[in-house]
Ligand binder design. Structure first.
Ligand SMILES: Nc1ncnc2c1ncn2[C@@H]1O[C@H](COP(=O)(O)OP(=O)(O)OP(=O)(O)O)[C@@H](O)[C@H]1O
Ligand SMILES: [Mg+2]
Length: 236
């Protein structure tokens, strides 16, 4: 069975159709890239999968159970975690406290939640910030902090929305290494990314959206040589 199955999902905002009849799946510990031009509906799809929006139509199965329309905290408990396109950091809290906010969902004992948070900070190579205010971190460090915080929910699948945007090439390599480590940890990754050099070398599969519709799906090689994709997206 597939871990995540998105089946014929549509999401409308009034007269605007942000996702139309989109289907794809993500296997256990797979890395799947969700790409497409601005406004293609990528973040909307994340919001549907993570419970921030109820789809207008369709179903979203996690381990065969329909989670479509459940609130975000129920999706998180079921095993879906996500980061936001604009990193939402609690800037007045330390990096460790930021991760603890998520660790507390699984571990109510403060000391044990702190220990878990420290483990995820180390996982994301951010231990040095543990006791420093998150406001002292760069945007790229805050993106990794958001990843560490999401991991503290102990998800089955992590949805990452443009964690590599604006990073320099060495920061992209660090982020790619973290994604591979997450996969090796047994957690599936669904990644929205415009930084194709970050996602193409590591994805098992790429799904391409354009104006709300899935226009291609396949290996990175298949989609990057698909004329429909090139016209819609890679052409520029
Ligand atoms: N809450 C909302 N209310 C109304 N329209 C919305 C809402 N969220 C998204 N949209 C619209 O849905 C469409 C898809 O937006 P979405 O943010 O999903 O695109 P995206 O693929 O993530 O784009 P980008 O690459 O720029 O982040 C856009 O036309 C957007 O304006
Ligand atoms: Mg987006």
């Amino acid at each position: 069975m597939k871990l995540l199955e998105v089946k014929q999902v549509s999401k409308r905002f009034g007269g605007l159709t942000a996702n139309q009849d989109v289907s794809f799946d993500v296997g256990e510990a797979q890395i799947v890239g969700l790409i497409g031009p601005n406004g293609a509906g990528k973040t909307t799809m994340f919001n549907c999968v993570a419970g921030f929006f109820a789809p207008s139509e369709g179903s979203i199965l996690l381990d065969g159970r329909d989670i479509a329309g459940l609130p975000p905290e129920a999706c998180a408990r079921a095993g879906v975690a996500r980061t936001f396109q604009i990193a939402r950091t609690f800037t007045s809290m330390t990096a460790c406290e930021n991760v603890m906010t998520a660790a507390m969902l699984r571990e109510h004992h403060v000391g044990r939640a702190r220990t878990a948070a420290m483990r995820w900070l180390a996982f994301a190579n951010l231990e040095r910030f543990a006791d420093r205010p998150a406001a002292s971190m760069t945007i790229s460090e805050q993106r990794l902090l958001a990843v560490a915080r999401s991991l503290a929910l102990q998800p089955r699948i992590l949805l990452m929305d443009e964690v590599m945007a604006g990073l320099n090439p060495s920061e992209v390599r660090l982020a790619v290494d973290v994604v591979l480590k997450i996969r090796d940890h047994g957690i599936a990754c669904l990644i929205v990314e415009h930084v194709l050099e970050g996602i193409m070398p590591i994805a098992d599969k790429i799904v391409v959206l354009d104006r709300g519709v899935k226009i291609a799906e396949g290996t990175p090689q298949e989609v990057s040589s698909d004329p429909v994709v090139i016209t819609a997206y890679l052409g520029d």
